[in-house]
Design a protein around this ligand. Structure first.
Ligand SMILES: Nc1ncnc2c1ncn2[C@@H]1O[C@H](COP(=O)(O)OP(=O)(O)OP(=O)(O)O)[C@@H](O)[C@H]1O
Length: 267
């Protein structure tokens, strides 16, 4: 359902010059699966997810969502996905009902379809009591429910959650994770980015461990544990990242030594 090949993204950064945020990642995610992108801050998770949702253009490589190409068929791609992040905007002057209705209309749902869908979503996400609450007066948890309803209103086959539990209290975060699992059980393809090991461990069917724009390892939790002979995901994660850092450091040192030799500054 999601097919990503050799995807790269470079930013022109004033301070750092050309900065490579994605260095050629490839992965596939399927219906009925939660695919986790696990990585520390700056790993490139958001860049990858923004490309999948057509907000960003890749520098090179390709990505298809439910058969549609993000570069050549962006509008069709957008109909295939719902996107939830920790800071999806909820308009201050709209009520929960108006927000979800507004997005349903944007997706072209008929009045009847929208009414049925909104009833279903307000039941499922227990949103009836916040139906008439204005965005400005909502708690973070309420806002997150509205964001989820907004992402689900057109019943897309693919759902993308980008660090969606950040800033939520433990009860609201749990409810969100339960909803994510239910979406998978309903046959959706879910991409779930997080830096929280426990979330990835509990929820994801496959995990890509990302660091500085690379996928360092990929597989089901069992596959990762057996390949790296390490049961603890956190430990496995640290081992992979420290190996990478050491390799990068020694490459940097050799490059610097070679440069110095060339310049005649080194014995
Ligand atoms: N518009 C931009 N211009 C320059 N650099 C950027 C831009 N957007 C992201 N970056 C850089 O690209 C790298 C990857 O960022 P990205 O947000 O994709 O990572 P992430 O894994 O989602 O991290 P986080 O959890 O912190 O959001 C970071 O070093 C970031 O500073």
């Amino acid at each position: 359902m999601i097919h990503v090949r050799d995807l790269t993204k470079s930013y022109a950064d004033i301070r750092r010059g050309k900065f490579v945020a994605l260095a050629g990642i490839s992965f596939d995610a399927h219906a009925g699966q939660i695919y986790g992108l696990l990585g520390p801050n700056g790993a490139g998770k958001t860049s990858a997810l923004r490309i999948l949702s057509t907000v960003l253009r890749p520098t090179s490589g390709s990505a298809r969502v439910n058969g549609y190409d993000v570069l050549t068929q962006p509008s069709l791609v957008r109909h295939q996905i719902g996107f939830v992040s920790c800071n999806t905007a909820v308009y201050d002057r709209m009520t929960a009902f108006e927000m979800v209705e507004y997005f349903g209309k944007l997706y072209g749902l008929s009045k009847e379809q929208l009414e049925a869908r909104m009833n279903e979503l307000f039941d499922r996400l227990q949103m009836h009591e916040i139906r008439d609450v204005l965005g400005a007066k909502m708690s973070t948890g309420m806002k997150q429910k509205v964001s989820i309803a907004r992402a689900l209103v057109h019943d897309p086959p693919v759902l993308i959650f980008d660090e969606a539990t950040a800033g939520l209290d433990v009860l609201v975060a749990r409810a969100l994770l339960k909803e994510v699992a239910q979406l998978r059980d309903a046959g959706k393809c879910v991409i779930f980015s997080t830096h929280i090991m426990r979330e990835a461990e509990r929820l994801c069917d496959r995990i890509a461990i990302m660091h500085r724009g690379h996928i360092l390892a990929e597989g089901s939790l069992d596959e990762l544990r057996s390949t790296y002979a390490e049961n603890d995901l956190e430990e496995l994660f640290f081992q992979l990242i420290s190996k990478r850092e050491e390799a990068a450091e020694s490459t940097g040192k050799s490059a610097a030594t070679a440069e110095a030799r060339k310049a005649g500054n080194s014995p």
